[in-house]
Design a protein around this ligand. Structure first.
Ligand code: CDP
Length: 228
C-alpha cells in the first residue's frame, strides 16, 4: 500500500518549518542522519526554479513559464550535491540572489502546485525529515511530528552571515539582516501557503540553543510521538 511499511504503520514524516536562517536545514539534516531517514530540503527546489529561470531568461513575474519550468525541473539530490540539468549547482544555490529569487518564485500558486508531487515522492521508508515553510501545513498535513523552528531575526542573520563567510561567499551583515527581514515579510504575507506556525506544530525557539540542543529536542519530541 502506498506510504505503508511494516504492518499498519504509515511511513513517518517529521515536518520542520520555520523562517529563513532559523537553522532548520542543519537541524533537519542531522535529525535525518540520526534516524537514518531520508531528507527533503524543499527550499532547494524553489532555489532551483529561480536558478533555472535565470539561466533560461524567464522573468520572475512570468508565473505560467515559471510553473512550467518547475514542472519539468531536471533536478537530482545525490552524493551531498544538488544537480540541475545534469550538472552540480555548487554554492551558487545558497547565494543571496538565489534566496531572494526563490522567495519570489515561491509566492506563485502554480509554481507551488507544480512542485507538490515531487516533494511527496521523498516520503520513503524508513521515514522522512522535510524542511521548509509549508511541510506541515500543505505538503505533509498528516506528518507524524510538526516542528516550527525559529529564532530572533538578529540571531538568524548572524547565523546566516557566518554560514556564508564560512563557505567563502561574500556577505555583509546589514544586507543579510535586511534579506532575512524582507523574506520573513514576503513569506508570511503571501496568499498561498504563508509561513506561520500551525496549531498542531510544536514551537522550538533556538535563539539560545545550539544546533546540537535543537537536534536533541526534535529527537525527544519524536520519541514521544513515534508510532512504531
Ligand atoms: O535556508 P533558508 O531558510 O534561507 O531558505 P530555503 O529554505 O532554502 O528557502 C528559500 C525560499 O524558498 C524561502 O524564502 C521561501 O520563500 C521559499 N520556500 C517556500 O516557499 N516553501 C518551502 N517549503 C521552502 C522554501
Amino acid at each position: 500500500m502506498e506510504h505503508q511499511h511494516g504492518s499498519s504503520c504509515p511511513i513517518p514524516v517529521i515536518a520542520i518549518d520555520g523562517p529563513s536562517a532559523s537553522g532548520k536545514g542543519t537541524v533537519a539534516a542531522r535529525v535525518a542522519q540520526r534516524l537514518h531517514f531520508h531528507y527533503l530540503d524543499s527550499g532547494a527546489l524553489y532555489r532551483l526554479v529561480a536558478l533555472a529561470a535565470s539561466r533560461a531568461g524567464v522573468s520572475l513575474e512570468d508565473e505560467p513559464r515559471l510553473a512550467s519550468l518547475a514542472g519539468r525541473l531536471d533536478a537530482r539530490f545525490a552524493d551531498d550535491e544538488i544537480w540541475l540539468d545534469g550538472e552540480p549547482v555548487g554554492l551558487g544555490l545558497r547565494s543571496e540572489a538565489c534566496s531572494q529569487g526563490a522567495s519570489r518564485v515561491a509566492a506563485w500558486p502554480t509554481v507551488r502546485e507544480a512542485l507538490l508531487a515531487r516533494q511527496r515522492a521523498f516520503r520513503q521508508a524508513p521515514g522522512l525529515v522535510a524542511d521548509g515553510r509549508d511541510m506541515g501545513s500543505v505538503v505533509f498535513p498528516e506528518a507524524t511530528l510538526k516542528i516550527f523552528l525559529t529564532a530572533s531575526a538578529e540571531v538568524r542573520a548572524d547565523r546566516r552571515y557566518k554560514q556564508l563567510i564560512e563557505k567563502g561567499l561574500h556577505a555583509n551583515m546589514e544586507d543579510v539582516l535586511r534579506d532575512v527581514r524582507q523574506r520573513d515579510e514576503r513569506d508570511s504575507t503571501r496568499a498561498v501557503a504563508p509561513l506561520k506556525k500551525g496549531v498542531d506544530a510544536r514551537l522550538l525557539d533556538t535563539t539560545g540553543l545550539s544546533i546540537d540542543d535543537a537536534v536533541e529536542a526534535v529527537l525527544a519530541y519524536y520519541r514521544q510521538v513515534c508510532p512504531c
